[in-house]
Structures are given as structure tokens and as C-alpha cells.
Design a protein around this ligand. Structure first.
Ligand code: SF4
Length: 498
């Protein structure tokens, strides 16, 4: 990537490209050129597994090449918008307009606010593009309600991208231009093209080894996920009624233990990462996770590699997993029972008997752990004072095990495509009272909660429609990160979050 004055910017290596295992294919000789763009900055997006999988699949084809670009940091954004620098791909330093297809990943709906700015940085109009522009697609969990940004993109991939991307490249090979490609894309299952498709059905694929990058790009700078991330399953075997992720990633697909062992060992040997994360929506529920962990522990020990298993469900299987990896420095143990009120557990479809959980915490303490993080939700549908009492009582009991408890209270947000989709959001004043009460009753507990503005904004975005898209179009290219400012804009436009 050619930046005129690279060292003048924050974390300059993020714009340099040339990372180990990045792929630079001959431009002229390769027929289809794809640019994957992340609306997250490099530090957050460079180790994204989803992006890595598509990068690997596209570059594995002799007829196609794939390059990457990330949202620049604020100083670079200003330089690009003032004409001092250009938004370029990392591999060959080309403008987005030089590519045939641009794929923008939408990891969450929160990034909708950044999309108009991203288009401005790329030098591409958000709408009204003529034949000279690439076809611009979006995919990822953020498209679960794409209505607000429908007018910005030529096509949406709804569901898994692994097989769809191959079909899109096949169509690109035989298309005669932007218009004909859009019409062809509309015939692919799982692709929605505005103005052509009537509806779209979510697609899913099997987790084939061929799709998995055994040599993932190693970022030039330390990233948020500073370890090798291996996906052990996709989907979730549970059915919590508030959960959008379960619905987006369904059905459940389990990577066979033998495949996992090969992927873990090859990837670690290729990359030299000193940290490994076995990720999914509920890793301890992989039916053979114990075997997988046992089989790779000797290598991890020999090479001093730490292992983390996120998404611990508050149940015994999680405990068994944790005990296996105790010598490998899992520093954070995080459990999300959501509520300890049996009545609310029934309503949300997630059961965590307190007696059993307390026993597990005691075992964790005896095994040598000192800290535990617990996530609870506040403002669940039908929640009463008595339910709050149950939560407070439970946290007090858990503290008696001697563990240091960090408690995160997340305001409940009704998610699209869940049974709670149309539930009325909590009243802000009542939520503030609830938080105050927790702080009073649980003095000494490290208590955290996301800002209420973030939750209100998430609610508005989850249920937003085309009116929200019209608001986004009017935003300036460099836009505030403040949720409060974003809510104010929605309020002024008559769109509230409840
Ligand atoms: S266990 Fe987690 S991912 Fe699975 S359905 Fe429940 S909340 Fe969703």
C-alpha cells in the first residue's frame, strides 16, 4: 500500500501490508478481483476468522484474487477525505474502484452508522452507481436485518459465505458487466439483490477442511484477538429465547475432532502463535472437546502456548473443560447465566440452578482460580423486584466461595428474529433505579454495565427500517462514535428505540 507519509499516522504498520501469509497475486493475469473491506479498524478486524476464511477461499482459485482493506483510524480518515492520502488495498495498493467485486463485512448492526463514511473514504457513492463501479456486497451477522442499509449495497449474502462466494465468482467470470452480474447474483440461493430478488432464504454450509485457512494472515500489529482463533462449531445446541446469534448461525454444525486436531496443530506450526482460542457459541458443548484438548495439550505445553475457551455455559461440562486447561493459563473465566431467578430462567429458556452453580464456583476456587466474571441481564421481559432479589442473593452467595466476582449487568435488548422481537424496551428511569440498587446491595463487587445509550441504540438498530437508512445517508463522512449523539439523531428524526 502506498501511503505518502506513513510514519505520520497512528500505528503506521496497519497500512503497510506485506504481512506474513498475505497473498499478492499477479493483477493482469487474474480475471476476477475481489476486495474485502472491514468497517472495523485493522486492530480490531485484521484477525477476523470470517474474513480470513473468505480470503483463503477466493485466493485458492486460480482465476480470482482477493485483497483486503480496513477502516482507517481517525487521523488517516481525515487525510483521505482532505485528499492528502488515498484509501487503498493492502496487498497491491489499488483503489477500490479497480476491483470487480467489493465485499463489506457487517459484524453487527452498530456499524451501519459507519457505512456512509466508509463509502466516502473508498470514493464510491452510496447509491446511484453506474456500470463503471464494482458490485458491492455485504455479509455477516449485521445483515440479519439489512433493511436500513438495503439501498447502499448491490447484494447481500444472508448466512454462510463459503459456498456462496464460489458461485458469485463463477457468475462474475461469465457476466458482461455490473447489471448482468447483479441479475445473475439474484439467482444464487442466499443472495438478495435489491429491486430484483423477491425474498431471500438464509443459507448454511458444512464446515469443510478445504475452507479453513491453515496459514492465516499474521497481522503487522497487535490486534484485539491476539491469538490463533479456531472455530470448533458453528451454531448453538441451546435455545435461549433472547438470542439472535443462535438463530443467525443455525443449524448446529460440529467440526469433527480429528479435523480439529489437524487444523490446530498445522495452524500453530505454521504461524507460531503463542495463544490459542477454541471458539464457538458454546465450545464446552462440542461432543468431543475433551479429546481434542487432551490431544493438543502436549504440543501446547512444549511450546508454551496458552489456551482459552470462551463462551463457558454455566454448567458442569464447562467446568470439566476448564480443569483440563488450568495448567495452560486460562486467566479469565466468564460465565453468562443471565439471571438466577428460576422464574426468569423459565421465560428466557436458559436454566442455571444456583446450588449447582455455587458448587462449581467452589470447585473452581479450590482448583486455584481467584477471579470469575459473571454476566447477568437486567430488564428482561416481565422482570420483577423479586427476580432482582434472586440475582442479588445469588451474587452474595457466590462471593462467599472466596472468588473475586466481576459482575457485568447488561440491559436486555430485544433482538430481531427472536420471540422477544416486539417486546417493549425497559423504561430508562426504571433501569437506572435497578442499577443503583445493585450497586447499593453489592458494595465491594466490581460491577460494570454498558452505557444505557449503547443499549438504546442497539435496540433502534435491531428494529430499524428504511427510515433509518434515510437518516444514515444524511450523516457526515466522519461521524461521531458517541451512542448518545446517534440516539439524538434518531430521536430528531422521530425514530425512537423502544
Ligand atoms: S447458549 Fe449462548 S449462543 Fe447458545 S442460545 Fe444461549 S445465549 Fe445463544
Amino acid at each position: 500500500m502506498e501511503i505518502k507519509n506513513l510514519l505520520a499516522y497512528e500505528r503506521p504498520a496497519q497500512y503497510a501490508g506485506g504481512e506474513m501469509f498475505s497473498v499478492k497475486k499477479p493483477w493482469k493475469e487474474t480475471r476476477i478481483k475481489v476486495l474485502l473491506v472491514s468497517p472495523a479498524v485493522y486492530q480490531m478486524g485484521a484477525s477476523s476468522l470470517g474474513l480470513g476464511i473468505l480470503y483463503h477461499i477466493i485466493n485458492s482459485r486460480p482465476d480470482s484474487l482477493c485483497e483486503r482493506a480496513f477502516m482507517p483510524e481517525p487521523d488517516m480518515r481525515e487525510a483521505i477525505l482532505s485528499g492528502k492520502e488515498k484509501f487503498l488495498s493492502l496487498e497491491s495498493g489499488r483503489s477500490p474502484r479497480d476491483f470487480d467485486l467489493i465485499g463489506i463485512t457487517l459484524p453487527a448492526k452498530g456499524c451501519f452508522f459507519d457505512i456512509p463514511g466508509l463509502f466516502a473514504l473508498m470514493g464510491i457513492p452510496v447509491s446511484g452507481r453506474d456500470e463503471s463501479y464494482p458490485v458491492i456486497t455485504a455479509g455477516g451477522p449485521g445483515v440479519s436485518n439489512f433493511v436500513p442499509v438495503e439501498g447502499f449495497f448491490d447484494a447481500f449474502i444472508v448466512g454462510d459465505g463459503e459456498e456462496v462466494i464460489g458461485k458469485m465468482l463463477d457468475e462474475a467470470l461469465s457476466s458482461s458487466g455490473r447489471g448482468s452480474l447483479k441479475r445473475a447474483l439474484a439467482d444464487i440461493e442466499g443472495v438478495y439483490v435489491g429491486g430484483i430478488s423477491g425474498s431471500v432464504k438464509k443459507v448454511f454450509c458444512q464446515l469443510k477442511n478445504d475452507y479453513y485457512p491453515l496459514k492465516p494472515v499474521i497481522p503487522n500489529i497487535r490486534t484485539l484477538q491476539d491469538r490463533l482463533d479456531i472455530e470448533v462449531m458453528r451454531g448453538c445446541p441451546n435455545n435461549c429465547r433472547f438470542c439472535e446469534a443462535k438463530r443467525f448461525y443455525s443449524p448446529l454444525r460440529v467440526r469433527p475432532a480429528e479435523d480439529l486436531e489437524k487444523i490446530i496443530i498445522s495452524s500453530l506450526e505454521n504461524t507460531g502463535w503463542k495463544g490459542l482460542s477454541l471458539s464457538s457459541l458454546s465450545t464446552p458443548q462440542h461432543p468431543r472437546i475433551g479429546e481434542v484438548v487432551d490431544s493438543v495439550i502436549p504440543l501446547l505445553r512444549k511450546k508454551g502456548i496458552s489456551l482459552q475457551i470462551p463462551s463457558l455455559r454455566p454448567e458442569r461440562k464447562s467446568l470439566e473443560c476448564v480443569m483440563k486447561i488450568l495448567p495452560l493459563n486460562q486467566v479469565n473465566l466468564t460465565f453468562a447465566p443471565e439471571t438466577f431467578s428460576p422464574r426468569m430462567q423459565e421465560i428466557i429458556g436458559k436454566t442455571t440452578p444456583l446450588d449447582e452453580f455455587e458448587k462449581m464456583m467452589a470447585e473452581i476456587k479450590s482448583a486455584g482460580f481467584r477471579d470469575v466474571k459473571i454476566y447477568l441481564m437486567l430488564g428482561l421481559p416481565g422482570e420483577s423486584d423479586a427476580d432482582m432479589d434472586e440475582n442479588i442473593k445469588a451474587v452474595k452467595r457466590i462471593r462467599k466461595t472466596g472468588l473475586k466476582v466481576t459482575l457485568t449487568l447488561s440491559p436486555f435488548v430485544p433482538a430481531a428474529h427472536t420471540p422477544f422481537e416486539r417486546v417493549t424496551l425497559w423504561d430508562r428511569g426504571e433501569m437506572e433505579e435497578k442499577l443503583k440498587r445493585f450497586k447499593m446491595e453489592l458494595r465491594g463487587v466490581d460491577l460494570r454495565h454498558p452505557s444505557l445509550e449503547d443499549a438504546l441504540l442497539e435496540s433502534a438498530l435491531a428494529r430499524g427500517d428504511a427510515r433509518l437508512g434515510a437518516i444514515l445517508l444524511d450523516l457526515p463522512a466522519v461521524f461521531t462514535d458517541s451512542s448518545a449523539d446517534k440516539i439524538r439523531i434518531l430521536d430528531e428524526a422521530g425514530l425512537d428505540s423502544v
